[in-house]
Design a protein around this ligand. Structure first.
Ligand code: ATP
Ligand code: MG
Length: 451
């Protein structure tokens, strides 16, 4: 481009020289000095042309260097040394090189800032989504794309509806765009597999006008916990109400005259006592659970597993005999674990009580404790009882979960026993597993680190 400009100027100069020489030749026709004047004019023109050519070549070279400097700003090419020349072009070259240096510094900083912002947004647990005035997506972070299960590569420029088909979010951002006011909303996003989000949307100034940015905070887990808390309170109230109703009812019957009925009064007092014992056991289980959940553990001790199993078997022996269930300790090795002896005993008692309670007359309960090849103590309590339906297996360790409420009430159960077992084992850095076959029996396995 610059080369062609100087070439054009040279062509014009040549044309002017030719015209001048032609004019001299015409004007001086027939004079004696015609040849001398013509020769001098020709020589000086040629010299002028040569000088002009050399100057234009140097200018073209310097202009092309300036072009390279300006182009280098965008391509990120390294700084070029500037020639030390004091003419006008030299000072222009210096000032462009200075501007280029400053621009490059600014661009580097911008790139760094944008990379930093990108890294912060990508590492955020909250989903971030930005849209332009036409509700087209200009940005969204990994958390947002993950939440809505977007698998495509390019989201930029997609309309919001193409990315998330959710009218609630759409409406919220539309309102922010039209009013310029921040908005909040709790939405269940079908695109995010029904998860619930607390969305905070704010206006965002953009070159094309007012856009909007939305921050999505996943509240599904919080809501689940809130539901668990509500269920827990409801369950506790319900579980307490039944024995309480028994106590109140029979106490009132006694007061209303049954006290003098010696045949029945003893029976009524016994019912009151049974219900009070039940209330006491619920309260005790709840206390144990809340202590386990508080995370405060007693000083750990080295526990002999055989000792704990023996003590627990002795405790439930009478109950087993009453239900015609045989307890068999078949392979109890001399192994040790670390933790609270009292808690472990309570967990084993709960498992044995279940194995007896949900068994059949003439049934058996087998107890085994061995060391596995990963240096873990394996305590297995298996029974020949009613078994657990496979769909209930994942839920039996939940608080208050009972498969057959009517049967549980009859055999006496609140649904807290296995929940205590799970907590005890986890606090001892172990795990509990269950396998069961309906109508044939269940196998509960505790795995605890051996000491
Ligand atoms: N060995 C088992 N065989 C069959 N079902 C069982 C067995 N162990 C537990 N279950 C089922 O799992 C449920 C939960 O057991 P869990 O021990 O938590 O409660 P519970 O025995 O009913 O009451 P609690 O132990 O608080 O007195 C029981 O109600 C029962 O339906
Ligand atoms: Mg139980």
């Amino acid at each position: 481009m610059t080369g062609s400009l100087f070439r054009r100027l040279l062509l014009i100069a040549v044309a002017l020289i030719v015209i001048t020489l032609f004019a001299i030749d015409r004007v001086l026709v027939g004079t004696e000095v015609r040849l001398q004047v013509f020769t001098i004019a020709l020589i000086s023109s040629l010299m002028a042309l040569l000088v002009a050519f050399l100057i234009s070549r140097s200018l073209a070279h310097r202009v092309s260097k300036l072009k390279q400097i300006t182009e280098g700003i965008l391509t990120g090419a390294p700084d070029r040394p500037v020639e030390d020349s004091s003419d006008d072009l030299g000072s222009l070259e210096h000032s462009i090189a200075g501007v280029a240096k400053e621009l490059r510094r600014l661009l580097d900083r911008l790139r760094f800032e944008s990379a930093r912002r990108e890294a912060i947004l990508s590492s955020m647990a909250e989903g971030v989504l930005a849209v332009d005035p036409d509700l087209r997506v200009t940005f969204c972070n990994t958390a947002f794309l993950k939440a809505i299960g977007f698998r495509g590569a390019a989201f930029e420029g997609l309309s919001l509806l193409e990315l998330v088909r959710d009218t609630g979010l759409h409406q919220l951002l539309r309102e922010v765009l039209s009013t310029g006011e921040p908005r909040n909303l709790r939405v269940k996003l079908s695109a995010a597999f029904g998860r619930t989000f607390e969305v905070q949307a704010n206006p965002l100034a953009m070159p094309a006008g007012r856009g909007a940015i939305a921050i999505l905070h996943d509240t599904t887990e919080l809501e689940r916990l809130e539901q668990v808390r509500k269920d827990f309170v409801a369950n506790v109230s319900h579980e307490l109400r039944t024995p309480l109703a028994g106590v109140i009812g029979y106490a009132e019957t006694l007061l209303d005259g049954a006290l003098s009925d010696t045949a029945n009064s003893r029976k009524f007092v016994e019912i009151i006592r049974t219900n009070a014992v039940r209330l006491n056991s619920i309260a005790a289980d709840l206390l144990v659970l809340s202590e386990l959940e508080s995370g405060i553990d007693p000083e750990p001790e080295v526990i002999s597993v055989a000792g704990v199993l023996d003590a627990a078997v002795v405790t439930v022996q009478a109950e087993a005999r009453e239900r015609d269930v045989t307890l068999i300790c078949e392979n109890v090795e001399n192994v040790f674990v670390s933790g609270s002896r009292l808690r472990l005993e309570q967990a084993i008692l709960n498992l044995l009580a279940n194995a007896i309670k949900f068994n059949r007359p003439g049934g058996e309960v087998h107890v085994r404790a061995t060391l596995d090849d990963r240096h873990q103590v394996e305590i297995v309590i298996s029974d020949t009882g009613v078994g657990i339906p496979s769909q209930d297996l994942p839920r039996i360790f939940e608080r208050f979960y009972r498969i057959d409420k009517a049967r549980s009430r009859q055999v006496g159960g609140t649904g807290l026993g296995l929940s205590i077992v799970k907590h005890v084992v986890e606090r001892m850095n172990g795990a509990v597993e269950v396998e069961s076959q309906l109508g044939r029996g269940s196998v509960f396995t505790l795995r605890l680190p051996s000491v």
